[in-house]
Design a protein around this ligand. Structure first.
Ligand SMILES: [Mg+2]
Length: 231
């Protein structure tokens, strides 16, 4: 029986893609760069995903990502501008951003009634916590498992060791991984990490149709409200 639910933040609770598109549009205008068009977002997404994969593999730090991310994107877009300056703008805006994924709020409220609810995020603690607060949902969570405060991130075993130690020390004595589930949009961090640790896994495809390959995850949902049928 599931007792504890871990839920990812970016592109699971909050729409990171929605935030990026808005910030590219507004930021390019603010700094007098060429106007944002829809073909630009996939370029950001590809570079950003690759950099995050390197963070998950411990080949890159968040600090390093922040120095190179927008310089790489601008180079690809043919824009001459200081990427670190844009990164600062991007992070300042992100700290204040809480655009929900469809049905995220109602699912969080629903899960809170029956489960111990934890956020599981790779990112800077203060930024992520602030966003949960702005979204008005910080009080729904019993634990904030955010990588920068733990010193390890998903999918590492050390990250989950920390989470389970904290849970067992705080009212969930003897909690087993199979009594927990992780919900997230990343196969390489949320799903791989959870599965390797023995947790149940729920892959959120953000509305995309997904060939139902049951080896991917225990559950695959394209809409977060489907979780209310599972849990
Ligand atoms: Mg995510």
């Amino acid at each position: 029986m599931i007792k504890v639910v871990f839920i990812d933040i970016d592109d699971t609770i909050f729409s990171f893609s929605g935030f990026v598109k808005k910030t590219m549009h507004d930021g390019f205008e603010k700094f007098g760069l060429k106007p944002y068009t829809d073909e630009m977002f996939p370029i950001f997404e590809e570079i950003n995903s690759e950099l995050w994969r390197r963070i998950e593999q411990n080949k890159l730090t968040l600090q390093q990502l922040r120095k190179i991310r927008w310089n790489m994107v601008f180079k690809e877009l043919g824009i001459t501008f200081d990427g670190t300056l844009f990164e600062n703008y991007f992070c300042t805006e992100l700290r204040e951003s809480a655009i929900f994924e469809p049905h995220a709020l109602e699912v969080i409220k629903y899960l809170k009634t029956g489960y111990v609810l934890c956020v599981a995020s790779n990112g800077p603690y203060e930024q992520q916590y602030n966003r949960l607060k702005i979204g008005g949902i910080d009080t729904y969570f019993s634990h904030f498992f955010i990588s920068s405060a733990i010193g390890a991130g998903k999918p590492d075993k050390a990250y989950f060791d920390y989470c389970f130690a904290e849970l067992r020390d705080n009212g969930n004595e003897g909690l087993m991984p199979e009594e927990t589930i992780i919900i997230g949009d990343s196969l390489t961090s949320d799903i791989a990490g959870g599965r390797n640790y023995g947790m149940k896994t729920c892959f959120y495809t953000k509305g995309k149709k997904c060939e139902s390959d049951h080896k991917l995850a225990d559950y695959i949902v394209s809409d977060l409200s489907d979780i209310m049928q599972i849990l």
